[in-house]
Write a protein that binds this ligand. Structure first.
Ligand SMILES: Nc1ncnc2c1ncn2[C@@H]1O[C@H](COP(=O)(O)OP(=O)(O)OP(=O)(O)O)[C@@H](O)[C@H]1O
Ligand SMILES: O=C(O)[C@H](O)COP(=O)(O)O
Length: 395
């Protein structure tokens, strides 16, 4: 794949697909800017070549047309401060206003287009819509790794309208780091899976069984496994329709000689609240009316030992409801073990929006080998799937 380093952007307009799908609070302030920070070097390289930049992205999943809370205008202030320039904004990603703004761009200027998903044509991969987007630039740059698993107009269809299409630094780094784990992972290789939804991660868990030596399963998804084994889980998170599958995975792990580690104990709470009454119990023995919201101290210790003896670590999904301080110890403990292993020479790749947010929130972002900006995209890549956003650049 060619990268932006293969091109001199002097007097060229780069149309860059970025993934600025960042979390905003109720005051529309950015609460985790990882994805924006990651895209800065790509934008700066193009500007310093003497080119101009048109940025396009989605934000959230708007259902039917424009909605203020999903407007990319909320990012203008941040971007203007970051690049020390007045970032221009087109309140519609296609049409006269946007075209006149993009065609009038001078070297060194940045234009941000409004949310692409205000048009259903974006997610449908509509060719006519993609062609209109293509009119905004001379060269297409895809730096949106987080959205590369979507065959959308701006991530894949649009590429056919350009002679010059290249990946940005984020995309290149993501692929390079993911490859390290996918193809040539040093052993022992440990995957840590957590978070809320088993259904989203079941395929990757199955695929990982062919590759890893240790599979640690914590967080909300672990209770489905305990219930599947006949344990009591109180009112913990469970996916009832995945019980058979959970048993199947336990069986497969045994057959393949993978060391599957489930948390021995949990921090339980009498309600989903940081100030709830709490206790620590063995998993599989959670009383009625209580729910597991974090892994317990014994689980932390056992998991940490496995992690610290690993040479490759893939971590996706927090160990508990880390957003509430009383249920963050599991995730913090695991992060610390990952850091210790990394300091001793292991390669650690952290993926998934929430896990990346947790690691960054704790200030550990630069102490692990690589924090991916991708959630679903990274997992699909790890499953061995071809990403449409990457393929479009290769064609
Ligand atoms: N025991 C638990 N009970 C309920 N929720 C939990 C539990 N453990 C973790 N969670 C929640 O799981 C969520 C993260 O799960 P998710 O599967 O979405 O993670 P991710 O893969 O890192 O993120 P993303 O899907 O955004 O890429 C967090 O909000 C966390 O509070
Ligand atoms: O947050 C993400 O994983 C990406 O921005 C893709 O968003 P999507 O799942 O709504 O397509």
């Amino acid at each position: 794949m060619r990268t932006i380093d293969d091109i001199n952007f002097k007097n060229k307009r780069a149309l860059i697909r970025v993934d600025f799908n960042v979390p905003l609070n109720d005051k529309f302030e950015i609460t985790d800017d990882t994805r924006i920070r990651a895209a800065v070097p790509t934008i700066k390289k193009i500007l310093s070549d003497g080119g101009s930049v048109v940025l396009m992205s989605h934000l959230g999943r708007p259902k039917s047309g424009p909605e203020d809370k999903f407007s990319l205008k909320h990012l203008i202030k941040d971007l203007s401060e970051r690049f020390d320039t007045d970032v221009k904004f087109a309140s519609d990603c296609i049409g006269e206003e946007a075209e006149s703004k993009s065609s009038g761009l001078q070297p060194g200027e940045i234009l941000l287009l409004e949310n692409l998903r205000f048009y259903p044509e974006e997610t449908k991969g509509d060719e006519g819509f993609a062609k209109k987007l293509a009119a905004h630039g001379d060269i297409y740059v895809n730096d949106a790794f987080g959205t590369a698993h979507r065959a959308h107009a701006s991530t894949s269809i649009v590429a056919q309208f350009f002679d010059e299409k290249v990946c940005g630094y984020v995309m290149a780094a993501e692929i390079e780091n993911a490859q390290k784990v996918l193809d040539k992972a040093d052993k022992p290789y440990t995957a840590i899976m957590g978070g809320a939804k088993i259904s989203d991660k079941i395929l990757i868990i199955e695929k990982l069984l062919d590759k890893v030596d240790n599979l640690i399963i914590g967080g909300g998804m672990s209770y489905t496994f305990f219930k599947a084994m006949g344990g009591d889980i109180g009112s913990s998170l469970v996916e009832e329709d995945k019980l058979d599958l959970a048993n199947e995975l336990i069986k497969k792990a045994k057959e393949k000689g993978v060391n599957l580690e489930l948390p021995f104990d949990s921090v339980i709470a009498d309600k989903f609240d940081n100030n709830a009454k709490t206790d620590i119990v063995r998993n599989g023995a959670i009383p009625d009316g209580w729910m597991g919201l974090d892994i317990g101290p014994q689980a932390r210790e056992v998991f940490a030992k496995t992690i610290k003896s690993s040479k490759t670590i893939l971590w996706n999904g927090p160990m508990g409801v880390f957003e509430m301080s009383n249920f963050a110890k599991g995730t913090t403990g695991i992060a610390e073990a990952v850091i210790e292993a990394t300091e001793k020479g292991a390669f650690s790749l952290i993926g998934g929006g929430d896990s990346a947010a947790a690691v960054n929130l704790l200030g550990y972002g630069d102490k692990v080998s690589y924090v991916s900006t991708g959630g679903g995209a990274l997992l699909e890549y790890m499953e061995g799937k071809e990403l449409p956003g990457v393929k479009a650049l290769e064609d």
